[in-house]
Design a protein around this ligand. Structure first.
Ligand code: GDP
Ligand code: ZN
Length: 299
């Protein structure tokens, strides 16, 4: 059978086994391989592809990305996980208790990759008077840094409309430690999740139990959610000492006022960051977490 060589436009919406599922501009899907020389495309990539069969094809080119989230792989390389993300939705929850150090780690990656974070506090139905107060303090700290924080209860379905609004017409990924409610939230955002999953496994031709590395789901209101189960993209091992400091946006902001341009805000004289910690303009808690992460990364 002769190949149709016409280049078509499409987007990678899943990576199933070795198959890339490409959706064309009419919303039809095709099971694709990639051209041998081509770098590995990621879910979310806009591509040019050619049809080789009715429902199959080959990805020829990856179009320019506005962002790329990768994860560290063996021998110091990275593997692309999600392309063209507009935002990273960081889910934290009242239970298990909020881990601010982990939250900072997510934010550092967002700053480093230049992808907008959205912080979602789930399970607010479990707040009592005591935990409400400490939680408010934490939320205020991040809001004062101009991070957006929204409160939801996936179980009581409160705050979800606000979340939907923030996800509309954007490509997002939901991240957070296990148990914070990612699946519960994803299920309420995607009423037809099962249908979309079935359609993809049909498109792959590989059956139900193919391991999925990454999938892009469509929100009913417009916009997409990329799901990458079990993928740890938030290791900081590849982040340099200087970039760790830049990951704290208030530190980055003040760093130009430090005496030394390469100041790491440790023991250097005339450090604007340490001065600001003294006056309370920079949160001491955040600064201590910065030091703690430096220790953890053994710089
Ligand atoms: P995941 O590991 O992040 O995907 O978390 P799950 O979605 O599996 O949720 C973990 C547990 O938290 C489940 O027992 C959920 O029912 C529960 N859960 C999720 N959202 C809420 C919430 O808003 N309030 C309460 N009280 N429990 C919730
Ligand atoms: Zn400094």
């Amino acid at each position: 059978k002769k190949e149709q060589q016409k280049l078509l436009k499409g987007r990678i919406i899943a990576h199933l086994g070795k198959a890339l599922i490409v959706e064309d501009e009419q919303g039809r899907t095709a099971r694709c391989k990639k051209r041998t020389q081509l770098q590995q495309p990621a879910v979310g990539d806009y591509v040019e592809w050619i049809k080789t069969e009715d429902d199959a094809g080959r990805v020829e080119n990856v179009l320019e990305r506005r962002s790329l989230l990768s994860r560290p792989a063996k021998n110091g390389q990275t593997r692309p996980v999600a392309a063209n993300l507009d935002q990273i939705v960081i889910i934290i929850a009242v239970k298990p208790t909020i881990d601010p150090l982990l939250l900072d780690q997510y934010l550092i990656v967002c700053e480093f990759q230049e992808i907008k974070p959205l912080i979602v506090l789930n399970k607010v139905d479990l707040l009592d008077e005591g935990s409400r107060k400490s939680t408010d303090e934490l939320i205020l700290l991040y809001r004062n840094l101009s991070y957006e924080v929204i409160e939801v209860s996936a179980v009581e379905k409160s705050g979800l409309d606000k979340l939907r609004k923030r996800l509309k017409n954007e490509t997002s990924i939901l991240v957070g430690q296990s148990g914070v409610g990612k699946s519960t939230i994803t299920n309420s955002l995607l009423p037809d999740l099962d249908l979309q999953t079935k359609a993809l496994s049909t498109a792959s031709g590989l059956g139900k139990h193919t391991t999925t590395s990454s999938t892009l789901y469509k929100l009913p209101e417009g916009g997409d959610i990329i799901d990458s189960p079990g993928v740890n993209i938030f290791g900081l091992a590849h982040i340099t000492e200087q970039n760790l400091a830049y990951g704290y946006r208030e530190i980055k902001h003040l760093a130009e006022h430090c005496k030394y341009s390469n100041c790491l805000h440790l023991k250097e004289p005339k450090c604007a960051v340490k001065d600001a910690v003294e006056t309370g303009d920079v949160s001491k808690k955040r600064y201590l977490r910065y030091l703690k992460l430096r220790d953890k990364l053994a710089y």
